[in-house]
Design a protein around this ligand. Structure first.
Ligand code: ZN
Length: 248
């Protein structure tokens, strides 16, 4: 089975549609690692479409805050503003959809889905020091995580050697194909669809082929100006608009 893995869409409809277009014909099932809402200008369209299209979705910290499960007090002021704006925009149906999203980890076909890390849905896995306990806590050797908005991840080979997975490439489409090996453990981040923070503005996603035991990382261009214009019109904070074109 080939699964399209999407994370951190953040109400960015142009980026989401560009990912589906780039992945067309390459997958059978959509899985989502959370943060459908927050930051971007199209929360209702994204919640409706993703909840309608994905076979499984776990919640992210922004989904919890936008749904009122948490109060966003630990967010930075800009993220808090965007959360308040999003709450005001969401229809009662979409608020309920966000509220009902399940907490990770979620097991699918021999791998695990988490938003932050296997032990804490709100934890950031940024460097090897974060990755080491996360790999040890995981109940599966293959874990997909999001939350950091950085495409790539970590692998632990034989002898407990921890290595970063680097998916950097200027070309569009598949930027890295990773063959999964028995005996190794993986923390895999598909990157962020709607607000990448790895200095590459292009929308990111991944596909796992569970039969071939292969993971493909992708980047795709989208109409970032259209998203930014919508955000401006909505009165969302300027730094959140500008960061999209720099991927940070
Ligand atoms: Zn996020």
């Amino acid at each position: 089975m080939r699964y399209l893995i999407l994370s951190d869409i953040h109400s960015n409809l142009e980026a989401y549609e560009s990912c589906l277009e780039a992945a067309r014909g390459l997958y059978e099932t959509i899985l989502c690692l959370g943060d459908l809402a927050g930051y971007g200008p199209d929360p209702n369209a994204i919640v409706e479409r993703v909840c309608g299209a994905a076979a499984a979705i776990i919640r992210g910290n922004h989904d919890k805050a936008c749904a009122g499960i948490t109060d966003a007090e630990d967010f930075n002021p800009l993220a808090r503003l965007a959360t308040r704006w999003t709450r005001g925009q969401l229809t009662p149906e979409n608020l309920a959809r966000l509220r009902d999203l399940v907490e990770g980890p979620l097991s699918v076909d021999g791998f695990e889905l988490v938003h932050g890390s296997p032990r804490d849905e709100d934890e950031y896995i940024i460097d090897p020091l974060d990755a080491l306990p996360a790999i040890e806590d995981a109940s599966s050797p293959i874990v997909f995580f999001g939350h950091t908005h950085v495409q790539g991840g970590f692998l632990m080979g034989p002898g407990y050697r921890l290595e970063p997975i680097l998916a950097e490439s200027a070309s569009d489409g598949c930027v890295l194909t990773l063959q999964l090996k028995g005996g190794s453990r993986y923390l895999l981040n598909p990157g962020s669809v709607g607000q990448p923070r790895d200095r590459d503005w292009r929308a990111a996603f991944a596909i796992i082929d569970s039969d071939r035991r292969q993971v493909e990382y992708y980047r795709t261009r989208y109409d970032v100006t259209a998203t930014q214009m919508k955000m401006e019109k909505a009165g969302l904070p300027e730094p959140l608009i500008t960061r999209l074109q720099f991927g940070r």
